[in-house]
Design a protein around this ligand. Structure first.
Ligand SMILES: [Fe+2]
Length: 281
């Protein structure tokens, strides 16, 4: 249910703890809150080859900058086909974002179709030297996964054993922090060659994973609550929407035990929040 009653709570919350002074990054007073944005499947090509797509992403960045989020996560398929020119164009456009940016690799970002040894080397060159990593943001522990099968441009889900071993060690050190996870592929259902995620899901069950945010489907927003975790899927920001979905991004607000999420259509400022936690049965 889209929580209309939480709109007032959110307004109060944002006034109290999300106020930023002009000219400064942010101002904090207890209770703290976290406002962050998920974008995805930007599928950028080389400069000038698809101006409409570039403009969609620029429009999204302008709207997101107005929200002044703590950070932005882009959940994969940054480029349509990996090349120096496409990555350079993507990086140039994203440089207009006024917030820290965390990236997740998608199947379109892998350039190892001809040689597995080349896995993600363009991604590492232009975006991030690591394809999986974690970081803390106050009381949250955020984990970025690499779910891409090298050389499988079609989009097979794949989290190898060594990454799962790293994940177990990483989560075991999270303590009482609330865990948020990110992967390009959704580890639910069996769409677009996505399956074989049972090992990942088994590990997640042992920890306080509040939500896993994914993309890949280019479809309508999904918020599935399974095994005490929200599996959240978000559509494309600047490429091709499927299944009647629309281009946009997801805004997330968290404070203490409260979490809300909302998908915003590109060009529309209205935010209709959905309360995730505490859960409304
Ligand atoms: Fe995609």
């Amino acid at each position: 249910m889209w929580g209309s009653r939480c709109a007032l709570c959110l307004l109060c919350l944002m006034m109290v703890c999300c106020d930023r002074p002009s000219g400064g990054r942010k101002s904090r007073s207890a209770p703290s809150c976290l406002l962050w944005v998920q974008i995805s499947d930007t599928h950028i090509v080389q400069k000038g080859e698809d101006v409409e797509r570039e403009n969609w992403l620029k429009e999204a960045i302008t709207e997101i900058n107005r929200l002044r989020p703590d950070f932005v996560v882009v959940t994969g398929d940054l480029v349509e086909l990996p090349s120096d020119e496409a990555y350079q164009n993507y990086v140039t456009i994203m440089s207009e974002l006024d917030a820290p940016l965390y990236s997740v690799i998608g199947n379109h970002d892998d350039n190892s179709a001809a040689n597995p040894a080349d896995y993600a080397d363009l991604y590492r060159k232009y975006v991030d030297r690591s394809t999986y990593y974690s970081f803390d943001w106050r009381e949250y522990h955020l984990v970025v996964l690499d779910s891409v099968a090298p050389g499988k441009h079609s989009g097979t889900f794949h989290v190898p054993e060594d990454q799962l071993d790293w994940l177990k060690k990483d989560l075991s050190k999270a303590g009482d922090k609330k865990i948020l996870m990110f992967s390009h592929h959704p580890p639910t259902g069996e769409r677009f060659d996505v399956h074989d995620y049972d090992d990942l899901r088994d590990i997640m069950k042992d920890y306080n994973v509040k939500a896993l945010y994914s993309a890949h489907l280019h479809g309508k927003p999904l918020e599935e609550f399974i095994d005490n975790t929200y599996f959240i899927n978000t559509g494309a920001t600047s490429s091709f929407p499927l299944d009647g979905s629309e281009l946009g991004y997801r805004v997330n607000l968290m404070s203490g035990d409260w979490m809300w999420s909302a998908c915003v259509k590109l060009g529309e400022s209205a935010i209709q929040w959905k309360q995730l936690y505490p859960r409304e049965e």
